[in-house]
Design a protein around this ligand. Structure first.
Ligand SMILES: *[C@@H]1O[C@H](CO)[C@@H](O)[C@H](O)[C@H]1NC(C)=O
Ligand SMILES: *[C@@H]1O[C@H](CO)[C@@H](O)[C@H](O)[C@H]1NC(C)=O
Ligand SMILES: *[C@@H]1O[C@H](CO)[C@@H](O)[C@H](O)[C@H]1NC(C)=O
Ligand SMILES: *[C@@H]1O[C@H](CO)[C@@H](O)[C@H](O)[C@H]1NC(C)=O
Ligand SMILES: *[C@@H]1O[C@H](CO)[C@@H](O)[C@H](O)[C@H]1NC(C)=O
Ligand SMILES: *[C@@H]1O[C@H](CO)[C@@H](O)[C@H](O)[C@H]1NC(C)=O
Length: 454
């Protein structure tokens, strides 16, 4: 998701309700009971009906509505939120129980068998979810709680952000993983850096959860490719893919993360980026990058799987001529990327509403079937890695049923997981199912039952 966002500050409680909302905090939206006043230098901007956020820039008197693109362009969502959870490093000294790694550390590494995934030695269809924010939490108990809830629900795969790039180094303890401040690239391995991701991996090991970890964002949330621009003396994502300086540092970052968890059976797969696109580029730009990067990862870690993180754009059989099936949508060819030998399985996302394609349910069903067929032809599993239809259980569960029965799909991960943590509820970005709520029952409990009864 482009706006993949955010932990709600409303939930942080009364302390926030009376005060100003910090940068990137929630300042409005349905059900928001906290303050709508942003810290100085920021203004409250509406992302969607459920979420308004304090973003840098001149103060506007009221939350403004972001224009929804009326073109057929596959905008990932009508938002531009850049988000930071309201957590600080001062909380990293949590005294919560440390997860134990010993039991699961001996487990086998996830792999594929034809178009199926194999987890803990068992080939089958798997379900999971996304929580981009979990590596940015500073309370270990919160991380353990999420892992415990996932495990008891029967969800096996969790996709998290493995990047958090900044261009100004935070001095307040805010979690970040890599800084490009002052023209220098620095990987943060400190207590407010990759040590937070360490705990996520450790807790995943203890709970038998398998993680997908990516290395950069196409979008500017948590930095993204744009965080490299000034450092690499470039101006666009298109240049990022083909910049020696950007690619060298990106690979340094990959090495720093991969080598930390190289022996962990909790890593499901490494992912090149979140939703990489190179619109307007020659197809070779993205494809060369996919080949180069996946080869590089395999050269340092031959045991874990690698995937792209792409949205699945490009022409495939079953194509109805709509925008997402065009090469121009992402400057990419889904099938061609899927065929790359160092790519183990093929990802695609599904947001008909954001992509302005209709009817939502039927269009999505066809998108799932078409990708499943393409993956079958290549002989690798498809992963329906993100999907959402504004929390509509009818639509989303129907897609899950299609994915489950369309041979070629190995797993699905709904966007996104929600829970109630030590500071309150995680954010409702318009596509969030909270552990234990009605939508969760629809997307998780029922789906897991269907999978188990196969
Ligand atoms: C993501 O990539 C597409 C294609 O290059 C581009 O249009 C879009 O602006 C990118 N997002 C950001 C935030 O750069
Ligand atoms: C891709 O890899 C080749 C071979 O290692 C290298 O020559 C080229 O510079 C790389 N291209 C990019 C854009 O990283
Ligand atoms: C990438 O950079 C190389 C070296 O500067 C150049 O030869 C090549 O044309 C570029 N490719 C694209 C697609 O821009
Ligand atoms: C996309 O990739 C597939 C698989 O390699 C290939 O058959 C097809 O020709 C490609 N399409 C274009 C337009 O490059
Ligand atoms: C969910 O989608 C279905 C199918 O499009 C529609 O009939 C139904 O009204 C939607 N439900 C809600 C709550 O919007
Ligand atoms: C961490 O979370 C636990 C419960 O999940 C809570 O009891 C504890 O107070 C939290 N610690 C801090 C420092 O917020």
């Amino acid at each position: 998701m482009k706006y993949s966002p955010f932990l709600t500050l409303a939930a942080a409680g009364a302390a926030f309700a009376q005060s100003t909302v910090p940068a990137y905090g929630q300042c409005g939206g349905q059900g928001h009971t906290g303050s709508s006043v942003c810290v100085s230098g920021h203004h409250c901007e509406k992302n969607n009906d459920w979420y308004s956020q304090c973003v840098p820039g001149s103060v506007s008197s009221a939350p403004t509505t972001i224009k929804i693109s009326t073109s057929k362009a596959p905008v990932s969502s009508p938002t531009t939120a850049i988000t930071k959870p309201p957590v600080t490093a001062s909380k990293t000294t949590s005294t919560s129980k440390v997860a134990t790694t010993t039991a699961a550390a001996s487990g086998s590494f996830p792999t594929t068998s034809g178009t199926k995934f194999v987890i803990d030695g068992k080939p089958g269809y798997y379900a999971g979810t996304n929580s981009y924010w979990i590596g940015f939490l500073t309370n270990n108990s919160d991380i353990d709680l999420v892992m415990q809830h996932l495990a008891s629900s029967g969800l096996k795969i969790l996709r998290v952000w493995g990047f958090n790039d900044v261009t100004t180094t935070p001095t307040d303890g805010t979690v970040y993983f890599q800084s490009f401040a002052n023209g220098e690239a620095t990987i943060n391995t400190g207590a407010n850096g990759l040590q937070r991701l360490d705990y996520v991996v450790k807790s995943a090991e203890a709970h038998g959860i398998k993680l997908i970890i990516n290395f950069v964002n196409n979008w500017t949330d948590y930095g993204g490719m744009a965080a490299y621009f000034s450092y690499a003396n470039i101006k666009t994502n298109a240049q990022w893919y083909n910049s020696t300086k950007a690619q060298t540092q990106y690979q340094e970052y990959i090495k720093a993360v991969v080598t930390r968890y190289i022996n962990s059976p909790a890593i499901f797969a490494w992912e090149l980026a979140n939703e990489p696109r190179c619109t307007g580029c020659d197809l070779s730009t993205l494809k060369t990058w996919v080949i180069n990067t996946s080869k590089y990862i395999k050269s340092i870690d031959a045991k874990h799987m690698v995937t792209t993180g792409e949205e699945g754009f490009g022409p495939i059989a079953g194509d109805d001529g709509s925008y997402p099936y065009q090469l121009s949508a992402g400057g990419s060819n889904f099938t061609a990327n899927c065929e790359v030998p160092t790519i183990d399985f093929c990802t695609y996302h599904l947001y008909p509403e954001s992509w302005s394609v209709t009817p939502t349910l039927e269009w999505g069903t066809q998108w799932i079937k078409a990708h499943a067929k393409a993956c079958s032809a290549v002989g690798k599993p498809c992963l329906l890695e993100e999907f959402g239809a504004s929390n509509n259980c009818t639509i989303e569960s129907s897609w899950q049923a299609t994915a489950l029965t369309a041979a070629g799909t190995g797993a699905d991960l709904f966007w996104q997981y929600g829970d109630t943590l030590s500071y309150g509820k995680t954010s409702q970005d318009g596509n969030t199912a909270y552990y234990g709520d009605e939508l969760y029952d629809c997307l998780v409990t029922k789906h897991i039952k269907a999978i188990d009864s196969l």
